[in-house]
Design a protein around this ligand. Structure first.
Ligand SMILES: Cc1ncc(COP(=O)(O)O)c(C=O)c1O
Length: 490
């Protein structure tokens, strides 16, 4: 492959004059991969050689490769950097459909997970205890809402959601999460995934830089990739997002996605100092922070930290919440709290792009909140999940001993079980699935190769009764033992 010629052709036909060399190279290689000019499995020239061939700094090449890896176009291992098997047809053959996934766009095929496990099983992350949801109360509220519904409410609804629900959510967030908001800033969504899609499409343009935590939440990555944003993976440490001065200088973001109250998947809590610093720096570069507060209603050791959104007046923060963990995922109701200046333009955008409906569900939920039944349910679930978390901690100690570390167990409904590098967590995860147990590999949450992934598992414990915890953990420990790579002989 003549990379210099490839780049020269791309520069004259497709590039924009304002692009940096890094952007030019990244876009050029991405286009070559998409068109099939660089085919799946093909090894890219080593960064040092490519730098010499193109007359560019090696760092420029490294950043472009890292970006491609983050987006899933290349994979890197000890042997070098290879074009990923995207299972997509090159665009010129698009009429034939996408290879391996007929009818899917390349964008959609890239977003497909390697497997699609069910979520009703021991340790499935993010699923609350469905058996403990008060279905009878919910059915009554729904019934009442439907009976009170006027025919006019069968029409398209308010694009931002039912006023009664927006108001009830604003009251709850002010009291429970320290969020500064008026009902006019609250937008009802079909859950956080829908909110992330909306944010990606309405608050950034294709090619704009979005920061994502690494390791991080793949649902956010999917939304950002779908909107063709430039995803930059920022490493987290035990306290959460930890951007360096170089990150701010070299990749100033338009959007920053962060899970400050319970980093996903490691569970770090971003300290107040870090939160304030992030807000200040975001203001300085004109970035908007997307705070995903997905499970902070469950906090077991001490009072919760308030949301970032309410930490400083006029903080450039858009706050996301969901009822998937506090109620049930199939409800598909979440919300965003947008800065006041965005409320009107976003309402206009949503009205055109995502008409709302399901008034009865929203009104029943407003009633659930307003009458205090939501708070009662949360209190009950907090007690139950604390018991389950404690049982999990004790079982891990019994069956893994000092070989495992638990992270992020002070909040939420999952924790991270961190194991040594000798545990091939992805293989154990696949083997566990065959035995009917969902344990997502920690290494699968790495976003690009920027950080050596830690090995271990994300363990969702909300659905596992305390009495069943020991047996499930014993089963997992036996599998880990079976797959643990033997130390090489000296
Ligand atoms: C980090 C994070 N954000 C948000 C969600 C919830 O998304 P949704 O409201 O789309 O169900 C999850 C679900 O697992 C999650 O892990």
């Amino acid at each position: 492959m003549d990379y210099a010629l490839l780049l020269a052709n791309f520069a004259t036909t497709d590039a924009q004059p304002s692009w940096s060399q890094q952007r030019l190279l990244h876009e050029c290689l991405r286009a070559a991969i998409r068109s099939g000019t660089l085919h799946a499995g093909c090894r890219l020239l080593a960064t040092r050689q490519l730098a010499a061939e193109l007359g560019m700094a090696r760092n420029t090449i490294l950043y472009a490769f890292e970006q491609l890896a983050t987006e899933g176009f290349v994979v890197t291992d000890r042997r070098g950097t290879f074009v990923a098997h995207l299972n997509v047809a090159p665009p010129q053959r698009a009429g034939a459909g996408t290879l391996g996934h007929p009818g899917l766009s390349a964008r959609a095929a890239c977003a497909l997970p390697p497997s699609d496990p069910a979520t009703m099983s021991a340790f499935a992350p993010g699923v609350p205890s469905l058996d403990d949801f008060p279905i009878a109360i919910w059915r009554r509220l729904l019934d009442r809402a439907w009976r009170a519904l006027a025919a006019s409410q069968l029409n398209y609804g308010d694009p931002a959601g039912e006023p009664a629900l927006r108001s009830a959510i604003a009251d709850h967030l002010r009291a429970a999460r320290g969020v500064l908001c008026e009902p006019s800033q609250v937008f009802i969504t079909d859950g956080t995934q829908n909110a992330l899609d909306l944010c990606s499409r309405s608050l950034a343009d294709a090619g704009d830089v979005v920061w994502i935590e690494n390791p991080g939440y793949r649902g956010a990555l999917t939304a950002f990739r779908n909107a063709e944003l430039r995803v930059v993976a920022i490493d987290v440490d035990e306290h959460g997002l930890a951007p360096s001065a170089a990150d701010w200088r070299d990749h100033p973001p338009k959007l920053i996605y962060v899970t400050p109250s319970h980093q996903y998947p490691f569970g770090g809590v971003l300290s107040v100092c870090r939160r304030l610093a992030l807000i200040e720096q975001a203001k300085a570069v004109g970035a908007l922070i997307i705070e995903d507060d997905y499970d902070s209603e469950f906090r077991y050791d001490g009072p919760p930290l308030s949301a970032m959104q309410g930490l400083a007046p006029n903080a450039p923060v858009l706050y996301l919440g969901t009822f998937s963990k506090t109620m049930f995922p199939a409800l598909r109701i979440g919300f965003m709290v947008v800065p006041p200046s965005l409320a009107t333009p976003l309402a206009q955008y949503v009205a055109r792009s995502a008409p709302r409906g399901r008034a009865a569900d929203q009104l029943a939920l407003a009633e659930f909140l307003r009458t205090g039944q939501f708070a009662t349910h949360l209190r009950r679930m907090r007690r139950l999940y604390r018991q389950r978390r404690d049982a999990l901690g004790a079982a891990v100690e019994r069956h893994f001993g000092a070989s495992a570390t638990l992270c992020g167990s002070s909040a939420g409904i999952h924790l991270a079980l961190v194991l040594g590098a000798e545990v091939p967590d992805a293989r154990v995860s696949a083997a566990a699935l065959e035995q009917g147990m969902i344990v997502n590999a920690l290494s699968s949450h790495a976003i690009g190769p920027a950080q050596a992934a830690r090995n271990g598992f994300v363990l969702g414990y909300a659905q596992v009764p305390a009495s069943a915890m020991d047996a499930s953990v014993r089963q997992l420990a036996a599998l880990v033992q079976q797959y643990r790579q033997k130390a090489a002989p000296l």
